[in-house]
Design a protein around this ligand. Structure first.
Ligand code: UD2
Ligand code: MN
Length: 556
């Protein structure tokens, strides 16, 4: 061997060997990373091959969709039918998510049962949800799929057809367990998801809506987090799919899940600390909506979704509160992406309820919120009732003994702890207020309709009667729509967007003198002399027309 010649010396040799090994490693990584994609392709080509036989052709399956109005589904059903079973999705997660390898436990210790409850879902949409799941999840980790048809009305053969179709297409190729359930009567998604979870046998349970598309590599980052902490529950980051164009967009990593004192879900902004980057999992006061995954055992120990909640709404907020209070945690994992169609309106009716002042949807949601308030909010439930007075009239037909027992047994924290440690936003909102709720003068309440309009006096029992918040620091009197009561030119009372700076605020600042509301700038008092219209006039200490009471006064 001579130096610089064709043959390698020991140093050169080791260089070639290392280079060779690096290349091998590179191919190995490519191979592993492409494995998912090739199984998706395999699946697709197999499905295309099966077009030969009519009963396995997905186009035939979809063509039996009995209802094709967009109104019915609240999304573009024609486009959905035309899109096919699976499509390429944009990579919406951070590039570092794609290049790093997840450290996963063995499949047997980390397999997942997916529960999907659906009511009146279009065949093509449901199928795309399922096929995206099957083709973009590592096979060994996907244990079973539990589908619950929650009493769909028009397409009564959907479940049977699906069973036949999936049995034919996937039967021999996948070890996946398949369970098909149908509620003869509509039971609502909360009941149905609980039923699915009670039959599941995987280590983890994932709840998914029936109009989702999971994106490449969605499962591994979730499994990796759950393996580190048995009491953790996770949400993927939801990428919005437009209901009209079905275009798939990137979800926002700077948002976390939360709720307000009316127990309505809200996205909350978060700030990255110096140690954090966009793609890192982050803690969240509530889930990113209802798509969540956690240990099945832990879910059952916590009493599942509260079984008294009806039909739709609030179940993931209830689960979030009890998780945090009873020793769990919630994280949103941005490296895991799932697309979801955010519809503009409900695509289904709510069963008729008893209160004629509320729509069935409003009453159902309020009923569920009242259960959450009564179960978990302790003395803070007064805050909820102040903002949602109609909830007082909703009857609840169960006791809280079982839940109280669970709270005691698991040594769950009081709600105060949640405010202190989990949701500073909610606490801040509470600490900021000196009074809140309806603003009453005699038997009428001040009602704000829209920006630039005059507030009016209306029945205190209107379902959407305005809830006011008197802010301690700024003296602003704001509605839940962030409009503030202001006195402008010519002593005219109006609603303006709440100002943040001093000059704007001056016209919006009020001082409370007993039950009087004194406008700081003009030194005049809010008055209702004619019982139907607000005016500003000179303060008179005993004038009933100048006495305004909030539903809830805060202490201190
Ligand atoms: C949001 C959540 C959902 C759930 C719900 C409140 C996301 C992405 N979705 O739903 O998971 O937490 O709020 O409860 O955050 N369904 C039934 N039976 C019914 C009504 C609905 O099975 O009686 C199904 C429906 O087909 C869908 C799922 O439940 O698959 C959620 O309903 P949705 O998609 O209409 O409501 P959405 O997205 O606002
Ligand atoms: Mn949905």
């Amino acid at each position: 061997m001579h130096a610089g010649g064709k043959y390698c010396g020991p140093r050169h040799c080791s260089f070639y060997i290392i280079a060779f090994l690096i290349c091998q490693l590179f191919f190995l990584v490519i191979f592993i990373r492409n494995d998912d994609a090739s199984s998706a392709n395999e699946l697709l080509s197999f499905m295309n091959e099966s077009e030969e036989s009519d009963h396995l052709d997905w186009r035939v399956f979809i063509s039996h969709t009995p209802e094709t109005s967009e109104d019915f589904y609240q999304y573009n059903i024609h486009l959905s039918n035309a899109l096919g079973l699976i499509r390429k999705l944009p990579v919406t997660r951070h590039h570092s998510c794609t290049t790093r390898n997840s450290i996963l436990p063995a499949p047997l210790e980390a397999n997942v049962s997916v529960v999907i409850s659906f009511h009146n879902e279009a065949r093509s949409m449901l199928l795309r949800t399922i096929v995206s799941l099957l083709s973009r999840s590592p096979e060994d980790y996907l244990h079973e799929l539990i589908l619950v048809d929650d009493g769909s009305q028009r397409d009564v053969t959907l479940l049977d057809d699906l069973k036949r179709w999936m049995g034919g297409v996937f039967g021999s190729r996948y070890r996946l367990g398949l369970t098909f359930l149908r509620n003869q009567e509509r039971m609502g998604l909360i009941w149905s998801r609980n039923r699915g979870a009670s039959l599941a046998s995987g280590r983890y349970v994932l709840f998914l809506d029936s109009h989702c598309e999971v994106n490449e590599g969605w499962l591994e980052p979730l499994l990796e987090r759950l393996a580190l902490n048995t009491n953790l529950a996770v949400s993927p980051l939801l990428d919005p799919i437009d209901p009209t164009t079905l275009s798939y967009r990137k979800g926002n990593e700077l948002l976390k899940g939360g709720f307000d004192w009316s127990l309505h879900f809200h996205w909350l902004k978060r700030q990255l600390t110096n140690q954090e980057s966009l793609e890192m999992p982050y803690q969240s006061p509530a889930f990113a909506g209802g798509v969540l995954m956690m240990s099945r055992e832990w879910f059952l120990k916590l009493g599942s979704f509260n079984p008294y909640l009806k039909i739709w709404g609030g179940e993931s907020i209830e689960l979030a509160i009890k998780l945090w209070l009873c020793g769990g945690q919630i994280e949103i994992v941005p490296c895991s992406r799932i697309g979801h169609i955010f519809r503009r309106r409900h695509a289904f009716d709510f069963p008729p309820q008893s209160d004629r002042q509320l729509s069935p949807a409003q009453e159902t949601y309020l009923h569920n919120s009242k259960i959450i308030a009564e179960s978990w909010l302790d003395e803070y439930k007064n805050m909820f009732y102040a903002l949602r007075p109609a909830a007082r009239r909703i009857p609840l037909d169960h006791t809280y003994d079982e839940l109280q027992r669970m709270r005691k047994e698991r040594r769950c924290h009081p709600f105060e702890w949640y405010l202190r440690h989990v949701s500073p936003e909610l606490r801040m909102h509470f600490d900021e207020l000196s009074a809140t709720g309806t603003l009453r003068n005699e038997d009428r309440c001040v009602h704000a309709r829209q920006k630039d309009s005059q507030p009016i006096l209306a029945s205190c029992y209107l379902s959407d009667i305005t809830q006011w918040s008197m802010l301690r620091q700024s003296g602003q009197l704001s509605t839940h729509r962030e409009l503030c009561l202001a006195v402008g030119f010519g002593m005219r009372i109006a609603l303006e967007p709440c100002g943040r700076n001093e000059t704007v605020r001056r016209s919006q600042r009020w001082v409370r003198l007993g039950t009087h509301l004194l406008h700081a700038e003009s030194h005049l008092c809010l008055d209702n002399p004619l019982k139907d219209r607000l005016e500003m006039s000179t303060c008179r200490s005993h004038a009933v027309s100048q006495s305004f009471q909030f539903a809830l006064e805060m202490e201190g």
